[in-house]
Design a protein around this ligand. Structure first.
Ligand SMILES: Nc1ncnc2c1ncn2[C@@H]1O[C@H](COP(=O)(O)OP(=O)(O)OP(=O)(O)O)[C@@H](O)[C@H]1O
Ligand SMILES: [Mg+2]
Length: 516
């Protein structure tokens, strides 16, 4: 079992989110040999505090941290029957807790969280830790903050880890297809989404990746057309051959023609020597024709010929050339409509519209916002940045915005937020671009959740969010009680709270763990 594959699993994304928001800690995986791949890559991991950060940044420190992980690993391996979470104190006296993952009888590694203290660090503790790490003394007296988890918090964290490993094991066992589905999902790892419309896209992608048929990708600007085209190529039989991209609206007709099909020497003024066209460059591989709706009628004829016969004539040439190219075409336009208006050849339309992948705009898959935000926060996180998430008001505004620029706009916004607010733990809503803020809260007032309207599932979600929110206030954040009232499990409630970003500004959890 490859934990890499699990990074985008709903359960893991939610768990990571909960752990970040509640305890400001990070979830990490150790494989069945006790290795931590996140640390090897040293990217995207945000150590929980500056001491750990310091330790992980040196070879010796990394070795010591690895030892602590190995202690847990050895214990888990030693006893196949022990499937509960275990704690261990590391070389810096911080705590690490892990829960082993078994698929059937096989030990597959463990999930863990490290770098928290059991009680607040006094100045002398901090000084001792500094000395142990060879860190210079802090002159301002402002010691790094170390998350502190008392006994009850520790047991909640352990419960949560156990719950998730059991859940992963259950999914893996009860759904025999999950492994293969996971590996398929992993193959499209860069394409984030778990909403219904995206699942549909993944299913179709899986089918077409193995075939050689022409694909038409339809979607608004910034919905991931090129990303999807690349993924289809890289997961299909042509993956070792070239993937060539040409945007058909970028050039005038003559230039586009010679770019696509090449030209002979002297074909036109300035054609000093023969030049290969991109179709030839793409031979054996895949050609991504972007904005195919902008192609002139003359070039449409030439394209149709390549598609039907695999042959074309270079500009100025007299001899047909033969190529074996898979074409993936994309457009944000409605090609059927262009055909009706006589702007696109009907025969070409039918030839490229064999399989159509319709990419949903972001506003139709709002379920994906949290995972996308999480993905872009990880993608654009730079060493030294603290930020682990967005504040609830920022999430609320992003959730209410209509995203005309789609995922590209979201990605740019998250990147910008990290630049402006990356030094804060959670990035507040007032750092959002005014374009986005003003569209959602005109006049710059506080963000108030919009009334439920539109699609049924959105209305249901809005109601669910509201019920949980009010319930949390009413029960003074007693999650066991609220879960009982709502008729769901406490763990499920915890995941929902994180999903809706409801875990800020509430009184401390008054849960009595014995109550359960
Ligand atoms: N589902 C997704 N998951 C993660 N990132 C995505 C997803 N969809 C798009 N992106 C990112 O959004 C950006 C835009 O994607 P892409 O260029 O593929 O869109 P496009 O539809 O080709 O846009 P345009 O019409 O403007 O050319 C890229 O940075 C891409 O990585
Ligand atoms: Mg594009």
């Amino acid at each position: 079992m490859d934990f890499e594959k699990h990074q985008n699993l709903h359960t893991i994304v939610m768990l990571r989110d909960v752990i970040r928001k509640w305890w400001r800690l990070e979830l990490t995986f150790a494989d069945k040999h006790g290795g931590v791949q996140d640390w090897q890559r040293a990217e995207g991991v945000a150590p929980p505090n500056d001491f750990c950060r310091h330790s992980l940044s040196s070879k010796e420190g990394l070795r010591r941290c690895g030892q602590s992980v190995r202690v847990l690993h050895e214990k888990f391996k030693a006893s196949k029957t022990h499937r509960r979470a275990l704690f261990h104190d590391c070389h810096l006296n911080f705590c690490i807790v892990g829960a082993p993952l078994y698929i059937g009888q096989d030990y597959e590694g463990f999930l863990f969280v490290e770098g928290f203290a059991r009680q607040p660090l006094g100045p002398s503790d901090a000084e001792a830790t500094r000395a142990r790490l060879g860190m210079p003394p802090e002159r301002t007296g402002a010691e790094p903050r170390v998350p502190v988890l008392d006994a009850s918090e520790q047991s909640k964290l352990a419960d949560l880890l156990e719950f998730v490993v059991n859940e992963l094991a259950r999914q893996e066992q009860t759904l025999p297809s999950l492994s293969s589905e996971l590996s398929d999902r992993f193959r499209f790892e860069q394409i984030i989404g778990r909403s219904g419309p995206m699942m549909e896209v993944f299913r179709l992608m899986e089918k077409v990746a193995h075939s050689d048929s022409t694909v038409l990708i339809n979607g608004e600007s910034g919905t991931g057309k090129e990303l999807v085209a690349r993924a289809i190529h890289h997961n299909g039989p042509r993956q070792d051959k070239p993937f060539v991209v040409q945007n058909c609206s970028a050039f005038n007709d003559n230039l586009l023609e010679s770019a696509l099909f090449g030209h002979t020497r002297g074909a036109f003024t300035g054609a000093l020597r023969e030049k290969k066209g991109l179709f030839e460059v793409a031979d054996g591989g895949t050609f991504f024709l972007d904005e195919v709706g902008d192609m002139s009628p003359a070039l449409q004829v030439k394209l149709l010929r390549v598609l039907q016969e695999g042959t074309f004539l270079p500009v100025g040439g007299t001899q047909l050339k033969e190529v074996d190219v898979r074409v993936i075409a994309a457009t944000h336009k409605d090609l059927g409509e262009l055909v009706k208006r006589g702007e696109f050849r009907e025969d070409l339309f039918y030839r490229i519209n064999v399989i159509r992948l319709q990419l949903p705009p972001l506003r139709e898959r709002r379920d994906d916002l949290p995972v996308l935000i999480d993905h872009f926060l990880r993608k654009h996180h730079r060493p030294g940045q603290q930020a682990r998430g967005l504040a609830p008001d920022a999430l609320g505004i992003l959730g209410a915005y209509t995203w005309p620029g789609n995922i590209r706009e979201l990605e740019n916004e998250i990147e910008r937020l990290l630049v402006l607010g990356g030094d804060q733990d959670t990035i507040p809503g007032d750092l959002l671009s005014s374009r986005i803020r003003d569209a959602v809260v005109p006049g710059g007032g506080p963000f108030v959740a919009p009334r439920a309207h539109g699609k049924l599932h959105e209305a249901v979600e809005a109601l669910e969010r509201e019920m949980i929110h009010q319930g949390l206030v009413r029960t003074r954040n007693n999650k066991s009680r609220l879960a009982r009232e709502l008729g769901i499990s406490r763990s499920n409630l915890i995941l929902k709270i994180a999903r809706y970003g409801l875990n800020k500004g509430l009184p401390d959890d008054l849960d009595d763990p014995d109550e359960e």
